[in-house]
Design a protein around this ligand. Structure first.
Ligand SMILES: NC(=O)C1=CN([C@@H]2O[C@H](COP(=O)(O)OP(=O)(O)OC[C@H]3O[C@@H](n4cnc5c(N)ncnc54)[C@H](OP(=O)(O)O)[C@@H]3O)[C@@H](O)[C@H]2O)C=CC1
Ligand SMILES: Nc1nc(=O)c2c([nH]1)NC[C@@H]1CN(c3ccc(C(=O)N[C@@H](CCC(=O)O)C(=O)O)cc3)C=[N+]21
Ligand SMILES: [Mg+2]
Length: 286
């Protein structure tokens, strides 16, 4: 058996076409959805993601603004910029690229962004909304993954989903979204005993650790759907995920590649969030 590839690049392109049409319609209401991204310092990986975001945002017609601050910026200066953008009616969505330099407290930053503009969904208001089943802004990666699973009509209700990783930006919100759609969810992390006995029970396995080759074909249930969030560089400098793709593809029903899987869908999740916020602006005007 060889697994079907969950093609994030293809699904992301299709989503962009839909978003582009929605943005055109919004423009007839004199609304141009705005996304502001704050990048601090010159982390090379962040530069790649921010460039990808900009390309996609401009393609669908968003008013995209990048604020690139030096690595030495003070926390107060960063907070002042956030407060100014919180007030700016042109800005529907505002995000600060992670990671941040050591002099800046990411928790304070995330909770200074107005919750209604917090398109990453990192603020405590949005985390609360996520876990209590309300409408809110939710992180791009899990949002994008849910969209990918829906596109391929992966059943979720009643399935056993195992999420490896419990970070605030991937693992926890992933578990919350799967739970909201009635999966039975297990969250594993570095203290989990006998990880493999859990992964072998998963109908849906999401791997978000940051360790190349963590999961191989022998660790999964035949016919499972495997989502690889990991992004690692191998010895050759090539981008690889957390799974041993060739062996997993022999056993799984569906699997995401790296690159071209979750990465592009993360940006889709973000753009979807910005467009949704701008649509609400129209509804409020009507
Ligand atoms: N494609 C995309 O769009 C994105 C990709 N990523 C990538 O996904 C990966 C995870 O990112 P992120 O969540 O931010 O990472 P974190 O480092 O914040 O979290 C990693 C998680 O993995 C757990 N873990 C570590 N080792 C093991 C192990 N041996 N067995 C089981 N669990 C383990 C940790 O457990 P504990 O909590 O106990 O420490 C932690 O919960 C990274 O490779 C990152 O680059 C991230 C965001 C978006
Ligand atoms: N505030 C904040 N929000 C985030 O959503 C956020 C963040 N900080 N910091 C870092 C992580 C990571 N992330 C990715 C975005 C795009 C790709 C992406 O485009 N990946 C492509 C290409 C990658 C490449 O070529 O290097 C792919 O997988 O095919 C990956 C990862 C967003 N994150
Ligand atoms: Mg990917």
């Amino acid at each position: 058996m060889t697994a079907t590839i969950l093609d994030g690049t293809k699904v992301a392109k299709r989503a962009d076409q839909v978003f582009q049409e929605t943005v055109q319609e919004l423009k007839q209401h004199q609304i141009i959805p705005g996304l502001a991204v704050i990048l601090v310092g010159d982390n090379p990986a962040s530069a790649v993601y921010v460039r990808n975001k900009q390309r996609r945002a401009e393609k669908i017609g968003l008013n995209y603004q990048l604020f690139h601050l030096p690595v030495t910026v003070s926390q107060d200066e960063l907070l002042e910029l956030i407060q100014r953008l919180n007030q700016d009616p042109q800005v529907d969505g505002l995000m600060v690229q992670m990671p941040l330099p050591a002099q800046i407290d990411a928790m304070v930053v995330m909770n200074t962004i107005a919750p209604e503009k917090d398109v990453d969904g990192f603020s405590i208001a949005n985390v609360g909304r996520l876990w209590s089943g309300m409408f809110g802004n939710f992180p791009g990666t899990p949002r994008g993954i849910m969209r990918l699973l829906h596109e391929y009509q992966v059943p979720i209700a009643g399935q056993h989903a195992v999420v490896i990783g419990r970070s605030d930006i991937v693992g926890k919100p992933m578990a919350a979204l799967l739970l909201r759609e009635n999966a039975t969810v297990t969250i594993a992390h570095s203290h989990t005993r006998d990880l493999r006995s859990l992964t072998r029970q998963a109908d849906i396995l999401v791997v978000a650790v940051g360790q190349a080759g963590l999961i191989s074909g022998a660790d999964i249930k035949p016919g499972a759907v495997v989502v690889d969030v990991g992004m690692n560089r191998n010895e050759a400098g090539k981008l690889v995920g957390d799974i041993d793709f060739p062996s997993v593809a022999q056993v799984a029903k569906m699997v995401t590649p790296v690159p071209g899987g979750v990465g592009p869908m993360t940006i889709t999740g973000l753009l979807e969030q910005v467009v949704t916020l701008a649509q609400r602006r129209v509804e409020q005007n009507d």
